[in-house]
Design a protein around this ligand. Structure first.
Ligand SMILES: Cc1cc2nc3c(=O)[nH]c(=O)nc-3n(C[C@H](O)[C@H](O)[C@H](O)COP(=O)(O)O)c2cc1C
Length: 181
């Protein structure tokens, strides 16, 4: 993992707080981690948390104020050895499967998804995960060669139990390590 550049995309699932533990662990392993967050993710966890654990600026928008430092999809693409999406919402999975590029994270995935390894860790309510539309979109990404870290079964933040809970940071880390080899 040493000296590897990892773009960690954080989307708006309640498991976004666990992405901070993942980012911290990857940094401890010697990787340089740059976090890109969707608007929904920023409602759940502040970018300051990720800036703190990674030591790097966090990319929060495709549209920074003119003249301000740009951390955009192209500069992210240039530096990345791989892209990780954790947690991956039903929404970003659908957008990625359709090639939609309408915000920083989805545009980064369209920019990088064809020529860099992508690891995604879906996380959602068990009924969302069971939805055939979601399953179809996940299959599309698998067929494209993206690595899916399957969600676990267990307690979900909505109070239900079932499959949909994001894999633990250590399991996502292991998938990243395997993918980088
Ligand atoms: C408190 C809260 C928690 C949410 N958790 C999830 C989740 O775990 N998985 C998911 O797919 N959507 C979840 N959503 C819905 C997404 O945030 C919503 O679909 C959003 O549009 C996703 O945007 P993004 O993919 O750009 O981050 C949650 C919404 C709220 C309000």
């Amino acid at each position: 993992m040493t000296d590897r550049d990892i773009i960690l995309c954080v989307t708006g699932g309640i498991a976004a707080y666990k992405a901070a533990a993942l980012a911290s662990r990857l940094r401890q392993d010697g990787a340089s981690v740059t976090v890109a967050m969707t608007n929904a993710a920023q409602k759940l966890v502040t970018p300051h948390t990720f800036e703190g654990v990674t030591g790097n600026p966090v990319a929060t928008t495709l549209w920074p104020e003119p003249g301000l430092y740009r951390l955009d999809h192209i500069s992210l693409a240039d530096r990345a050895d791989m892209v990780v999406v954790a947690p991956a919402t039903a929404n970003i999975i659908a957008k990625a499967a359709a090639g939609i590029a309408d915000d920083l994270v989805s545009t980064t995935l369209v920019t990088l998804g064809a020529d860099r390894p992508v690891v995604i860790a879906p996380a959602m309510n068990n009924r969302m995960w069971a939805n055939p539309i979601v399953q179809r979109n996940v299959r599309t990404l698998k067929d494209l060669g993206w690595h899916i870290v399957e969600p676990a079964e267990g307690w979900l933040a909505c109070g239900e139990k079932g499959p949909g809970r994001m894999a633990e940071p250590d399991d996502i880390r292991a998938a990243i390590e395997t993918t980088l080899q």
